[in-house]
Design a protein. Structure first.
Length: 266
């Protein structure tokens, strides 16, 4: 079985829940996927309100309906409230009450709010990798591990850690094609505190980081370049998007081909 795009996952509001029923996604001018991190919550100082700095983000459920133009929000201990996406004032009022401080919902349809502003293309990981990493922990299944890792593109038909083939060093990227779209693999993603927490509650998983470090180092495949591994809390691949790919679309079921080495974008 060849490498195949199994799932497309986007996160319409940065740091909130995934929208994982996408069969097709278009590559935006900034390199991100349509709807991905199109909205972001910021505080009065313009800083992101996210899981890194506010655990209450983990306890906030969200559902996105792009066809209806609707966003539904619900605290874990409350009832859902549906909003028209154009009713920004109402959404901001609800979020400000939830976070107990004034917040703003920013919107950028063409650029979005990527985590990596340099390699701002979709992140890539093998389904088998998610399953293997979940196996490092007694009480975390693959579905929860995927929610912790928050990938964009999940690949089937390959071995665990296949995605470690998609980067090289700080001078060399790896080109690969998914359907009609070409990408450049940049680097293994440096993980923040978010994967160490239960995605529903924000509760810290004891020893998560230590176990991850130990197992990642022990299982790093021979094809992985160690040029990026100043530490082993890295997993998933960040990507660059060539200009020729902007406006093209990805589809679930697209085959994936590794094209070889390319100069690392300046």
């Amino acid at each position: 079985m060849s490498a195949t795009l199994e799932r497309i996952v986007v996160y319409p509001v940065k740091s909130l829940d995934p929208h994982d029923t996408m069969e097709r996604a278009t590559v935006r001018p900034d390199g991100g996927l349509s709807y991905d991190r199109e909205f972001a919550i910021v505080d009065a100082d313009g800083n992101y309100v996210n899981g890194k700095n506010d655990r209450r983000v983990h306890e906030l459920r969200s559902w996105f309906d792009p066809k209806a133009g609707r966003l539904t929000l619900r605290p874990n201990d409350g009832d859902p409230t549906a909003f028209d996406l154009e009713d920004t004032d109402a959404i901001e009022a609800w979020l400000s009450a939830y976070f107990e401080e004034p917040v703003e919902l920013r919107h950028d349809e063409s650029g979005g709010f990527p985590d990596d502003t340099l390699a701002s293309g979709p992140t890539v990981i093998a389904e088998a990798t998610i399953e293997a990493v979940a196996g490092w922990f007694d009480d975390i299944d693959p579905e929860e591990m995927e929610r912790r890792l928050r990938p964009n593109l999940v690949v089937s038909g390959v071995d665990p850690f296949w995605e470690d083939r998609l980067y090289r060093d700080r001078e060399t990227a790896i080109g690969f094609r998914i359907g009609d779209c070409e990408f450049l693999g940049s680097n293994p993603c440096q993980r923040c505190v978010v994967p160490t927490r239960d995605p529903e509650t924000g509760e810290e998983t004891p020893g998560f980081r230590e176990t991850f470090h130990e197992r990642r180092e022990a299982t790093l495949p021979e094809w992985a370049s160690e040029a990026w591994f100043d530490h082993y809390f890295r997993l998933m691949v960040n990507t660059f998007v060539p200009e020729s790919t902007v406006g093209e679309s990805l589809r679930v079921g697209d085959e994936i081909e590794i094209l070889g080495e390319r100069p690392y974008p300046a």
